[in-house]
Design a protein around this ligand. Structure first.
Ligand SMILES: Nc1nc2c(ncn2[C@@H]2O[C@H](COP(=O)(O)OP(=O)(O)OP(=O)(O)O)[C@@H](O)[C@H]2O)c(=O)[nH]1
Ligand SMILES: [Mg+2]
Length: 711
């Protein structure tokens, strides 16, 4: 394989709403560049990019796929991503390692919700963006409306580089405003004829050309001066200006395509070669601490692993970008996160499932390797001399959660292991065995994502599973002080048991005053693993309970706090003053005091105006303005407290605090009330009291269950 230096490597990611034509474009680019000699189609299930069985079955991309082409003297690494935001993890990690985003806009629809959702991520990473209007050959193509929607969304940064002379089924000509040439394609696409601009297009083309020159000049003072002097800019000067504008997010050049008919992709690749920045021209990657990582060709080696794929008969593949220096077959690198040394015995450039072995990869390039034992996505592999690690990709929080059980009990262990593997591949699939809920909780991005996990479990790993409603991790606390005492006494048979405890419990909050009216001898503060605190005071006077029994009393209390009196949920934020009791010279022991402590606590708790708390989530819904009413009404039905609203383009962002119990399958409802035109994200905010009637219901439910189990 030809070796390219860093300047001649360009990394692009194909982004866009579902079905905009990303996979078809990737295939066309490979074909145009002569890397493949037959163009597959998504319908025929034979594209290089969509090679997974599930992608064939569904007819859309599920995984981000790495491909490459060579166009003129450049190598272009292409990552084809899925359009559905259920697979946002794949999309984000691809954007992260690309240097230019190519955002496809479907000429049938203009800017879609899907475009909007994905745009937010491209924008967050501030990568240069090329806007590619695809499907201009489609009979429903509407170039003008599409352009209008883009102008509305991106403002004047959306910069026409080309426009189609005709559209729909007769589409075959594009006027290029940089080269001031008309490209006319043969019926089945491919290499266009370069023609002078026809007379009837001259006026329009000249006006748009001048706009483009101005736009290119705007981004740089010296170009601006040149433009004023000469009244124009030459092609190279325009390219230079556009590049600066792209890197500052002030220019989003617009290209015209029919990926299906193979029209326009060569010109797009030429522009990527000549104008899109290579990795070494971009700002250095930030480290975890926000400092710049080394990024020179002669710096010691750093690799960033952005994706992991477990292929059934190959094992684990790690995809990485070379952040600095270079890597050769057989090199040893240290994994920053695990501190283990990994030997890279094989290096590949990937084209879908095809592996092209290479001996060396240089800075800016994207490659893959096999069988790294201790390396996962987001890890940095580096030369010993490199300090720090590349800042990890932040994956979004889950939007849907479910409990999962294996249909066959004996598969439980395997299910846990397999789900761990799936999480390694897709960090947006999160698995957590909740000891508290006694459920295996699976969280991910949406119904479809969930269905994919199920598909993989069944097809790839032969595991039958069921999804069941997940329980809610409630908490229990108290609202006022209460006293209680308990005498534990057992004197049948051999050794007896005796312990008596008097205690007072009170709600605990940060910064409260020390208890008065007690003779505090000792205070022990415990941060509870499930949040909140237990503060335990020894206020025993005159040695009525031996010092050695106090830890047992505390242990008894903690045990009850693990299975609270109201609903069996964790108890938090209580302080306990143990102030009196009794011992027996022979029968008192640890277990007796543990039981006495536990029972006294339980009694006091019941009398202390107990309150159930529920997890509350911060919810952010992005919704087109005209659908806001429906979404708000639905949110109010979910006991949400609306925190505010904010306009963003044609969208409104609603911020609310919503109980987790009301978020079950919210993805599904939101999709149905907005026809898939809205999106949301959640993050845990806090615990808040459950309304009285719901608390009563939950307690009744728990008692019923308790009776069933304990008789
Ligand atoms: N007419 C026309 N159809 C196209 C064009 N590009 C893609 N298509 C069709 O649009 C459909 C979707 O194409 P894909 O390439 O799978 O689109 P995608 O963006 O990869 O889709 P996802 O991966 O599911 O997001 C297929 O039926 C393609 O044949 C085009 O330029 N013109
Ligand atoms: Mg696709």
């Amino acid at each position: 394989m030809k070796v390219f230096d860093a300047k001649h490597i360009k990394n692009i990611v194909l982004l866009g709403a579902a079905k905009s034509g990303k996979t078809t474009l990737a295939e066309t680019m490979l074909f145009e560049a002569g890397l493949i000699n037959r163009r597959g189609t998504v319908e025929n299930q034979n594209t290089v990019s969509d090679y997974h069985e599930i992608e064939h079955e569904r007819g859309n991309s599920v995984y981000a796929t790495t491909l490459h082409t060579e166009w003129r003297d450049y190598k272009i690494n292409i990552i084809d991503t899925p359009g559905l935001d259920d697979f946002i993890g794949e999309i984000i990690s691809s954007i992260r390692v690309a240097d230019t985003c190519v955002l496809l806009i479907n000429a049938q629809h203009g800017i879609e919700v899907g475009t909007e959702l994905i745009w937010n991520y491209a924008d967050r990473y501030q990568k240069p963006v090329i806007l590619a209007i695809n499907q201009i050959d489609h009979h429903k193509s509407n170039f003008d409306l599409t352009l209008e929607s883009m102008r509305k969304r991106f403002g004047s940064a959306a910069t026409l580089m080309q426009y189609p002379v005709n559209q729909g089924e007769g589409f075959d000509s594009i006027i290029d405003l940089l080269k001031m040439t008309m490209y006319k394609f043969p019926v089945d696409g491919g290499k266009p004829e370069k023609l002078p601009i026809p007379d009837d297009q001259k006026e329009k083309a000249n006006a748009l050309h001048n706009e483009l020159v101005e736009k290119a000049a705007e981004n740089d003072e010296s170009l601006m001066e040149l433009y004023f002097d000469k009244g124009s800019l030459d092609e190279d000067e325009m390219r230079q200006g556009l590049k600066i504008g792209m890197m500052n997010h002030e220019v989003f050049p617009i290209f015209c395509l029919s990926a299906k008919r193979n029209m326009g992709s060569g010109r797009l690749m030429g522009f990527i070669d000549n104008v899109a920045p290579s990795s070494i021209e971009m700002k250095p990657e930030p480290s975890e601490k926000g400092e710049p990582m080394p990024h020179g060709a002669n710096d010691p080696t750093t690799l960033f692993v952005f994706k992991t794929l477990v292929e059934p008969n190959l094992g684990k593949m790690s995809f990485f970008k070379v952040i600095s220096g270079s890597i050769e077959v057989g090199n040893d690198l240290v994994n920053h996160q695990t501190d283990q040394t990994e030997r890279l015995n094989q290096l590949f450039i990937m084209d879908g499932k095809n592996r092209n072995p290479v001996d060396k990869l240089v800075v800016g390039d994207i490659g893959a390797t096999l069988k790294l034992k201790n390396t996962e996505t987001n890890h940095t592999l580096k030369d010993k001399s490199v300090s720090g690690a590349v800042r990890p990709i932040q994956f979004p929080g889950a939007r849907i959660r479910t409990a999962i059980i294996a249909r066959n009990k004996q598969d439980d262990e395997k299910l846990g292991e397999v789900l761990k593997k799936i999480h390694q591949e897709d960090p947006t699939v999160v698995i957590d065995y909740s000891r508290e809920l006694k459920q295996l909780i699976l969280s991910c991005q949406g119904e479809l994502h969930l269905a994919m996990v199920k598909w993989a479990l069944e097809h790839t790993y032969g595991l039958d599973v069921d999804f069941v409603t997940p329980k809610i991790p409630y908490r229990e606390t108290i609202q006022k002080g209460a006293d209680a005492s308990y005498r534990h006494k057992k004197q049948s048979g051999g050794a007896g048991q005796f312990g008596e405890v008097y205690l007072k419990i009170e709600p605990y909050y940060e910064g409260m005053e020390e208890p008065t009216g007690f003779n505090v001898r000792n205070k022990e503060e415990t941060e509870l693993p499930w949040g909140g605190k237990l503060v335990f005071y020894n206020c025993i006077v005159g040695g009525v309970i031996d010092l050695r029994f106090l830890p047992s009393i505390r242990k008894g209390i903690l045990e009850k706090m693990e299975e609270g009196p109201l609903t069996g949920s964790y108890v938090r934020d209580v302080r306990v003053m143990v102030y009196d009791g009794k011992m027996h010279p022979v029968d008192s022991n640890d277990i007796s005091f543990k039981i006495a402590g536990m029972m006294a606590f339980k009694q006091a708790f019941t009398n202390a105006d107990p309150q159930l708390l529920e997890p509350i989530y911060d919810l952010e819904v992005v919704v087109p303005e005209e659908l806001m009413g429906e979404v708000m009404t639905d949110l109010q039905g979910r006991r949400s407290i609306i925190q505010g609203m904010e306009a963003k383009g044609a969208y409104q962002i609603i911020k609310a605090k919503t109980p987790l119990a009301e978020l079950d399958r919210y993805t599904t409802t939101l999709r149905s009330i907005t026809q898939g035109r809205a999106n949301f994200s959640t993050s845990f905010a806090d615990y808040a009291p459950v309304p009285y009637d719901i608390q009563q219901q939950l307690m009744a439910g728990y008692n019923e269950q308790y009776e069933e189990v304990h008789g």
